[in-house]
Design a protein around this ligand. Structure first.
Ligand SMILES: [Fe+2]
Length: 463
């Protein structure tokens, strides 16, 4: 028996193999592009290490890519064949990988959480549970998961900052950005390469509408995070949200071209960043040129993926907004088939598609077709059901913007006014929202209020 860097026992053939397991885990915690490479090296050192196989199987599930599914199942088969030699913790990891391969993400999360009750230093189980709670919108579970183990960690335990960063992100996503921010900043002080903690702070600053601070934060750490891998692109997307609110649309387009979509990418987060910002720009009336085309080309290759509704919705945005409506409709059809074919099969994403994914997908296509009344009907019925789609509040906001846009374009001024009153109450520093609110007020004939709201927007932009 050997021990990992946090003192947990690991069934392996050598300490060198366990050290490689630690190294691969650390790369994963940093969202580094090298995690897979180090895992492959670990596999060469000890192909019979149960946790090694589980780790590789997990890594192949995480990106939600069809072509990696078979590899993950292979790892599961190898780990299962070794199960009798493993510890109880290792067998639970095999169980978790099996549940994940079967699409039962809720069960997968429950197994990782069981592991953490006895082994709060199992940082792999913790971080995976954190991410997958996030992926299916289990925000309370994500928050409590971190809270349960925090008292068992301290700065003396290697990797403490990663836990702190997750705690920060979970607090931010459950409405406590102010208390989250110092935790995320401390994690980055401990390890600047901890991009997930840096991302948590970026979310705090976005939520609090602190535009200048948000731009400064991301710019200051950009060089370090850029070395990690493609997740850094998501941080440039976050910086663009600030530019968008400041109406610096040239800066947004420049970031799109140079930072987060410099060339076509198959990475789901990259596709999400690109489609989401283009849709926001379009709804603000900004000419995005032919930028939809290269994004749509990638999305077209993903028709029928159905691995995660959140991703599918972004692929549909890419297709529908570039005029490829037939392919967008086909993708919605695949979502319907997937949801129907997996009824009762315990496939978490199929349930999410049934509950809300298909409705939002239909709304995205309707929006692109100019069927704004239909968008309003679909989104008013599902707007509060979107959390299980996963992604952050900032990411899902694109579909709330879509609802408001359609309410305006469908001539439903009273509804638009109400939705925008709600929006400016939640985001009082958002100049574009105050402007839209002014437009809706004017539509309703309240010119005096509209003038006051425009003045408010101008004041915010001048600040
Ligand atoms: Fe984010």
């Amino acid at each position: 028996m050997f021990y990992d860097i946090r003192g947990l026992s690991v069934t392996a053939s050598s300490q060198e193999a366990v050290d490689a397991l630690d190294a691969a885990t650390d790369e994963f915690l940093r969202q580094s592009r090298d995690a897979g490479l180090i895992a492959a090296r670990m596999d060469k050192l000890d192909p019979n290490m149960i946790l090694g196989q589980c780790l590789r199987g997990y890594f192949m599930q995480l990106p939600s890519r069809l072509h990696l599914q078979a590899g993950s199942l292979e790892c599961l088969a190898k780990a299962t064949a070794l199960a009798d030699d493993g510890t109880a913790r290792e067998r639970k990891h095999i169980e978790a990988l099996a549940a994940w391969c079967a699409g039962d993400i809720r069960r997968t999360n429950a197994i990782w959480e069981e592991i953490l009750i006895d082994h709060p230093h199992d940082i792999l189980a913790f971080r995976l549970a954190h991410l997958m709670h996030f992926f299916i919108g289990e925000l309370g579970a994500m928050r409590h998961s971190a809270a349960r183990i925090m008292s068992r960690w301290s700065e003396a335990v290697p990797g403490y900052g990663y836990v702190l960063g997750c705690r920060a992100f979970s607090l931010e996503e459950t409405g406590e950005a102010q208390s989250a921010e110092p935790l995320g900043r401390r994690a980055v002080e401990l390890n600047e390469a901890d991009i997930w903690a840096g991302h948590a702070v970026a979310h705090c600053l976005e939520t609090m509408g602190r535009r200048a601070d948000g731009i400064t934060w991301i710019t200051a750490h950009g060089d370090t995070w850029r070395q990690s891998g493609p997740f850094a692109n998501h941080l440039w997307w976050h910086r663009s949200l600030h530019y968008l609110e400041l109406q610096r649309y040239d800066a947004v387009l420049d970031a799109f071209d140079r930072e987060f979509w410099p060339e076509p990418s198959e990475d789901n987060t990259d596709i999400g960043n690109a489609t989401s910002i283009l849709m926001r720009l379009g709804m603000l009336g900004v000419d995005v040129g032919d930028r939809w085309q290269s994004v749509a080309e990638v999305c077209a290759g993903r028709v029928g993926d159905c691995l995660r509704p959140f991703n599918d919705l972004h692929f549909i945005m890419g297709l529908a907004n570039s005029g490829r409506l037939q392919e967008a409709d086909a993708m919605v059809g695949h979502m319907r088939d997937f949801a129907r074919d997996n009824v009762g099969a315990g496939v978490t994403t199929a349930q999410v598609a049934r509950d809300v994914g298909i409705a939002v997908a239909e709304a995205i296509v309707a929006h692109a077709k100019g069927e704004h009344g239909r968008v309003v009907t679909l989104m008013m019925g599902h707007r509060y059901a979107m959390v299980p789609l996963g992604g952050s509040w900032a990411q899902r906001d694109v579909w709330i913007r879509m609802l408001i846009d359609s309410a305006m374009k469908d001539g439903q001024g009273t509804l638009a006014r109400a939705l925008l009153a709600e929006r400016v109450a939640e985001q009082p520093t958002s100049a574009p929202s105050w402007k839209l609110y002014a437009d809706a007020l004017q539509t309703c004939g309240d010119n005096a209020q509209a003038t006051a709201m425009r003045a408010k927007a101008a004041m915010l932009l001048a600040a």
